[in-house]
Write a protein that binds this ligand. Structure first.
Ligand code: PHE
Ligand code: FE
Length: 286
């Protein structure tokens, strides 16, 4: 979700060209799928795990969009479309507003199994697409797309992007079994899946819409704070069911919170030690 310099006047959709993937590409998918499923078994929200299974994402190799779209469309009306990589914000919002999820066509190579900057097909299809089988979450994503087009008009994209970041990408959810992962940035990452739930370092704070929309975020490292929702219905109530116009007016005061901040008004689930961020800053961790 960032802007490319080249402006094209199309929707950026390309053919997935499934037959063009190599045996190695398929092997990378299978490896990553198995590795993440093992890590996520007791860490991811049921809705995400059931989504992987509903779409049968381990039928062998990289999923063929034509095949998974049949199941996805039947469940929520969403489809996955292939794009070359990141697309301009407006294009991204437009797809979501029309219940299409734009997914990177390419897969990472063997030399970058653990981390890469651009969203590839594993991040997008293993991380994001499974929750689109959930009707409530699907509604949230469509509304987010519409809200994005609106945020552009208000000049408040940065704030809306923070909402995406701390929910769709890095969200945690409270369940009867304890905290669980639902954000795709976490669930598609080997190390952050463990860090986000198990490490003493990060804060885990209750989700509050305005608070989140005022919070800075890091795109190049683990998060210093994660925000915890109680349910997807709660997330919908706080977003889809609210008119953001008054909120955008209030945000004009420009107050922004650091990623590691704990405010007096926060409901703290766990206060982080920030040991990881400190070690990193002093060069102890590379
Ligand atoms: N309700 C928001 C608005 O009025 C739009 C939105 C919905 C944003 C859901 C995010 C998620 O702009
Ligand atoms: Fe993503």
């Amino acid at each position: 979700m960032s802007t490319h310099a080249v402006v094209r006047d199309d929707d950026y959709v390309i053919d997935q060209n499934w037959v063009g993937y190599t045996a190695d590409d398929h092997a990378v998918w299978d490896f990553l799928y198995r590795r993440q499923r093992t890590i996520l078994a007791d860490r991811a929200d049921e809705a995400l795990l059931r989504g992987h299974e509903a779409l049968n994402l381990n039928r062998g190799g990289i999923p063929d969009f034509a095949v998974i779209n049949e199941e996805l469309k039947a469940r929520t009306g969403f489809t996955v479309v292939a794009v070359p990589g990141l697309v301009p914000d407006e294009v991204f919002f437009n797809h979501l507003a029309n219940r299409r999820f734009p997914a990177g066509q390419f897969i990472r190579g063997r030399h970058q199994l653990d981390y890469l900057q651009e969203p590839d097909i594993f991040h997008d299809v293993f991380g994001h697409v499974p929750l689109l089988t959930n009707p409530v979450f699907a509604d949230y994503m469509e509304a987010y797309g519409k809200g994005g087009l609106r945020a552009l008009q208000f000049g408040k994209l940065k704030n809306l992007a923070a909402l995406y970041w701390y929910t769709v990408e890095f969200g945690l959810i409270e369940t009867a079994k304890g905290l669980r992962i639902y954000g795709a940035g976490i669930s598609s990452s080997k190390d952050e899946s463990i860090f986000a739930l198990d490490a003493p370092s990060p804060n885990r704070l209750r989700f509050d819409l305005e608070r989140v929309m005022r919070t800075e975020y890091r795109i190049d490292d683990y998060q210093q704070s994660y925000f915890v929702i109680r349910s997807y219905e709660d997330l919908i109530r706080a977003t889809l069911d609210q008119d953001f116009a008054p909120l955008y007016q209030r945000l004009a005061d420009g107050i922004s919170h650091l990623p590691e901040a704990i405010l007096p008004t926060d409901q703290v689930v766990t206060a982080g030690t920030q040991a990881y961020a400190r070690a990193k800053a002093s060069g102890e961790v590379i």
